[in-house]
Design a protein around this ligand. Structure first.
Ligand code: HEM
Ligand code: HEM
Length: 186
């Protein structure tokens, strides 16, 4: 973040803009996640995971497959330094406080299936904490819910000590819906 913003996007970025937008803010209606402002190391790791199959998505497999170590690093660094732009419209804040409670307090403390507060890793307001914890605030609701079910199904397997998988496997469908709606509306 201390480095000067790069004004010349690496050439591969043109391909990504069709879905993630030139400003890196994604497409909430289509469920394409924002990449802007995410930790560079996180983005790089996801691109590696799509290419090598530990994170499965057919669209991203082909785009990530075209990147080598150097271009993966370059596109990750480029999107990481783009500013997060507040969307013109946010989805309505969800009713009830199940999502907010999970995010800030967690659930079931002391039980084998306890859920730690999401914010304890993802930061206050789900704004993310570099180097490894991505921002959740403002990501498309369906995208967030899909990631949580992907860990449950095993189609997303992060290498990062399984921190997130261990959280996701204990979430009920109702909790997933509530917490995805909560973060999408921030
Ligand atoms: C997810 C980068 C092109 C569709 C992602 C993620 C990254 C990324 C880093 C994971 C985001 C996260 O974990 O928060 C890129 C780059 C591209 C590119 C660098 C160009 C080289 C595209 C294109 C499409 C696309 C052209 C649409 C055809 C998606 C979708 C996801 C995604 C649907 C979510 C996948 C899932 O549910 O796991 N992309 N992307 N991307 N991207 Fe791309
Ligand atoms: C990634 C949600 C708690 C560590 C993610 C992602 C989601 C998510 C949706 C994927 C973001 C993206 O694709 O852009 C949640 C929710 C939580 C929670 C709803 C609370 C119920 C935690 C906790 C930790 C954690 C407590 C730390 C122990 C991580 C890490 C990643 C991640 C390391 C990146 C995984 C990777 O590299 O693929 N989280 N999270 N999360 N989360 Fe959480």
């Amino acid at each position: 973040a201390a480095q000067a913003a790069s004004t010349n996007p690496p050439p591969q970025v043109a391909q990504c803009a069709g879905c993630h937008q030139a400003n890196g803010m994604g497409n909430p209606a289509a469920g394409f996640p924002a990449l802007a402002g995410q930790p560079a190391g996180y983005l790089e790791q996801q691109l590696y995971a799509f290419k090598h199959g530990s994170r499965q998505n057919h669209m991203m497999k082909s785009f990530a497959g075209g990147l080598n170590d150097a271009s993966r690093k370059a596109v990750a660094a480029y999107f990481s330094q783009l500013p997060v732009v507040a969307p013109a419209t946010l989805p309505a804040a969800p009713k009830g406080d199940l999502g907010a409670t999970l995010a800030t307090k967690g659930a079931g403390a002391g039980t084998p299936r306890a859920i730690p507060a999401c914010d304890s890793c993802h930061g206050a307001g789900g704004l993310g904490r570099p180097p490894e914890f991505p921002r959740l605030a403002g990501q498309p609701e369906q995208y967030l819910a899909n990631q949580l079910t992907a860990w449950q199904k095993g189609s997303r397997n992060e290498t990062n000590l399984h921190l997130m998988r261990d959280v996701a496997v204990n979430l009920s469908p109702k909790q997933i819906k509530a917490v995805a709606a909560y973060f999408a509306a921030l």
